[in-house]
Write a protein that binds this ligand. Structure first.
Ligand SMILES: *[C@@H]1O[C@H](CO)[C@@H](O)[C@H](O)[C@H]1NC(C)=O
Length: 484
């Protein structure tokens, strides 16, 4: 329908021609609507602009002022949760405890950022000056895989957004130079996606600034997608599924070989412990991924088993949106909001005992110890990293289990026999992470600005030679160096 309606003829003929064009247009449009669209209506809806964050837009309810929280309700209106311009005091009032990770690392005091903080590819080093972002040093595109480029790109966009949305009515974001590590393994000193929970690995000299995962910007892989998409899907699923209607099993999917040195064979051991059990839907992903689950579909189960990988696992925040009980070995990696998890421990549950795996394969496990086949639980570092055990009946929002899965079956069995306790743990999790808005765009921007302000307040960069580095404005970098 590209015909031009401009014409040098007189107004009358021009009107006639315009009428023809309009009539033909209407007929074409009608044909399109009635003949073509029914087959493609879902796919073609892409051209319709969507609300900025449909998950928060759709959850506004007239009863949001009510004191009694249901897992679907949110403490804050969408207008606040979508507001990326909150001031520091507004952030603190809306999201108590949000910036604990930053407060803790800042409390360790000043540190020096060396010009080459980590030899090799190393973290990216960037500068904030006058509220603008520029890149000082970075791994070249050819040296990074597609995933790594996406993660780096997503996080630089997050940081740029946090700078752009700094509210005008408060102190500007201070000038600073920071290192950002886009590898899974945290690096010190840098902004990283996680930090080790074990205080021995996070000693006085370490400076891990845990920052929001790149998936809060986007994660363009099949079963996950961006956080907003998954959160919307979870909200719709949770609004329809009561606790009683959820599948009474523990679910897990993953790559069994993907383990950390610290966790040993935890994923293989999980698959072995759950094989053929009626309470489990636990499978190693097939090479053809035919048994993969969309990330929201984990919430259809009452129990979601969570395993860390080489370090943190990027799906944790998705599981935290479920009104389901997350069952995990004590977490060894703290993402920016992991401190809000309030664990109860399986050993505190009445009558839950550990059973050594009976299969002969367990003899090859790296867990073998002097006390039979069972690993120490809780390990000494766990008592340091997770000093508080919360009451499963009134406080806990997650349940830690033995890392060798020796009490997983007993734990699921106990929860099934105590449905009120189980449902309470599940509900408190969703109430906090969904209801409290901790994963909202507003909270994320609050956190990023706190991270950059916190970093700038303790980093020392003088005399390290940063002045000699060429500066690439973020806007330019964003077009050149971030896509494969
Ligand atoms: C995918 O792989 C599994 C296990 O190897 C197999 O059982 C299944 O038939 C395959 N599915 C498809 C659709 O190829």
């Amino acid at each position: 329908m590209g015909g031009s309606i401009t014409s040098k003829r007189g107004p009358a003929s021009s009107h006639a021609r315009l009428r023809q064009v309009v009539i033909v247009s209407v007929i074409c449009l009608a044909l399109y609507c009635f003949m073509l669209v029914p087959d493609h209506s879902l796919d073609s809806s892409r051209t319709v602009p969507e609300p900025v964050f449909p998950y928060y837009a759709s959850s506004s309810s007239s009863s949001s002022k009510s004191k009694q929280q249901s897992p679907q309700q949110q403490r804050h209106p969408p207008s606040l949760l979508n507001n990326r311009f909150l001031t520091t005091p507004q952030c603190a009032a809306a999201f108590p405890g949000l910036t604990k990770e930053i407060d803790d690392v800042v409390a360790k005091g000043p540190f020096v950022l060396p010009r080459n903080p980590h030899p090799g590819l190393g973290p990216l080093v960037a500068r904030v000056r006058g509220g603008r972002l520029s890149i000082l040093s970075y791994a070249r595109r050819v040296d990074l895989g597609r995933d790594m480029l996406q993660h780096r790109s997503a996080t630089l966009h997050q940081i740029a957004a946090a700078l752009l949305t700094a509210p005008a009515e408060e102190e500007p974001i201070p000038d600073t130079i920071f290192a950002f590590n886009h590898e899974d393994d945290p690096a010190s000193p840098s902004l990283s996606y996680a930090r080790p929970a074990d205080p021995v690995l996070n000693g006085a000299a370490k400076r891990f600034f845990a920052v929001p995962h790149f998936s809060f910007w986007a994660w363009p892989i099949g079963p996950v997608g961006s956080f907003g998409r998954a959160a919307t899907a979870i909200a719709s699923l949770e609004s329809e599924l009561s606790w009683a209607a959820k599948t009474p099993k523990a679910v897990w999917r993953g790559t069994a070989w993907f383990n950390s040195a610290r966790a040993g064979r935890t994923r293989q051991d999980l698959v072995a412990a759950a094989r053929g059990k009626p309470w489990a839907d636990v499978e190693a992903l097939h090479a053809n991924r035919s048994n993969a689950l969309a990330v929201e579909d984990f919430c259809r189960y009452r129990y979601v088993v969570h395993t860390e990988g080489v370090t943190y696992s990027g799906r944790f925040q998705y599981h935290q949106l479920c009104a389901s009980v997350v069952l995990a070995p004590p977490l060894a990696w703290m993402q920016h909001l992991t401190h809000l998890a309030r664990p109860a421990f399986s050993y505190a549950l009445d009558g839950v005992a550990r059973t050594a795996p009976s299969s002969s394969s367990s003899s090859s496990s790296s867990f073998s110890s002097s006390s039979g086949n069972l690993v120490p639980y809780p390990a000494p570092w766990v008592k340091e990293a997770w000093p508080t055990a919360y009451d499963p009946r009134t406080e806990a929002n997650i349940l830690f289990v033995a890392p060798d899965w020796s009490d997983l079956e007993a734990t699921v069995d106990w929860l099934e026999r105590h449905p009120k306790v189980a449902e309470g743990i599940a509900r408190r999790q969703r109430e906090l992470f969904h209801g409290g808005g901790y994963f909202s765009p507003a909270a994320e921007m609050c956190y990023w600005r706190a991270a950059i302000r916190g970093w700038s307040s303790v980093v020392r960069t003088d005399g390290q030679g940063f002045e000699d580095l060429e500066e690439i404005p973020w806007e330019e970098f964003s077009l050149k160096e971030i896509h494969k």
